[in-house]
Design a protein around this ligand. Structure first.
Ligand SMILES: Nc1ncnc2c1ncn2[C@@H]1O[C@H](COP(=O)(O)OP(=O)(O)O)[C@@H](O)[C@H]1O
Ligand SMILES: [Mg+2]
Length: 302
């Protein structure tokens, strides 16, 4: 089948891995830079143009949309949906997951445990927020952070107040979160494909660092999730409407807390650490999804 990967970087590990997995399974698979696409909105023949020409027939799309281009990426996926083509990630789910605050709100509403989190619009409430979180240290997060940049451990009350004040003053949106000390600088990344957990790893921050992002030099090892952790991960992706996701958990004293659900999780770390052919699993998922969509379409036209 013809599969298109929306990606800005054909050379990126994740994109390359998906390309190889697609070729191995004898698909016609190609990378399209989603920022070079135009959208024709029309009732009967919605189209996508790429390099001045309509993007030809395709059965499935795998979006790899970076956080900085969510709006464009989601608009394009919406077009793919209008064209009745299978997409590994739906537009609404991508948008929902990209907003950390909304993500946490929806998880909590659905009964999934998350770290106690405050969203502050002014600094007046800060003293009571700190009180409620049990005092410093607390974690201050920019709503838009990725790779751990914009995630700060405020070790004293004074630091917390000045950091939050500075952010709010410069118009940044901030979260203040309880610090899960017992996680000891580690978190768990569970990788989900087609609603199933296909791999999991534990990431450990460098000494003297609390952020366990691999981009911050953290190390990682393969792990087995507990039954409870598995249930939490599955529930989280279900709430977010994602079929492919990286779910990050903090192992806290009161059980697993979902910190983040990533709609476009990188493959390099998890494939290297766990040895699981995740790209292969994604292609398989896409094949099944595209086939199901196509037979549903055929059934409707009969
Ligand atoms: N509330 C917290 N308690 C303890 N550690 C945390 C907390 N929040 C984040 N961290 C650590 O910081 C890292 C980065 O935070 P995260 O919210 O995932 O931001 P980003 O989206 O930038 O990766 C996490 O992987 C985790 O190791
Ligand atoms: Mg993270």
């Amino acid at each position: 089948m013809r599969i298109v990967i929306f990606s800005r970087g054909a050379g990126l590990y994740s994109t390359q891995s998906l390309l190889r997995a697609g070729l191995r399974r004898r698909h016609q698979i190609e990378v399209v830079d989603h920022l070079q696409c135009s959208i024709l909105i029309e009732e009967r023949t919605p189209r996508i143009y790429y390099g001045g020409l309509p993007l030809g027939e395709m059965e499935a799309v795998i979006p790899r949309i970076g956080a900085s281009v969510t709006f464009h990426g989601a608009s394009l996926i919406r077009q793919v949906e209008a064209m009745k083509i299978f997409t590994a990630t739906r537009a609404e789910a991508l948008i929902k997951a990209r907003d950390k605050l909304r993500c946490l709100q929806q998880l909590a509403i659905a009964g999934v445990q998350v770290p106690k989190t405050f969203f502050l619009q002014n600094t007046q409430d800060l003293p009571s927020v700190l009180e409620w979180l049990g005092g410093a240290p607390v974690v201050v997060k920019l709503l838009e952070s990725t790779h751990g940049v914009g995630v700060i451990l405020a070790e004293s009350r004074q630091t917390a107040v000045s950091v939050v004040e500075a952010f709010i003053r410069t118009g940044e949106k901030v979260l203040v979160q309880e610090f899960i000390k017992e996680a000891e600088g580690s978190d768990v990344r569970a990788f989900v494909v087609g609603g199933q957990i296909v791999a999991a790893m534990k990431r450990q921050a460098l000494a003297g660092e609390f952020r366990s992002n691999l981009h911050r030099g953290a190390t990682a090892e393969i792990i087995r999730l507990s039954d409870l952790e598995e249930r939490v991960v599955k529930k989280a992706v279900q709430v977010m409407g994602l079929h492919i996701a990286g779910v990050d958990l903090l192992r806290s004293r009161r059980g697993p807390l979902v910190m983040e659900v990533n709609a476009s999780p990188g493959l390099e770390g998890i494939e290297t650490i766990t040895g699981v052919d995740i790209a292969g699993r994604i292609i398989e998922f896409v094949e099944n999804g595209a086939r199901r969509l196509s037979s549903a379409r055929t059934a409707r036209t009969l």
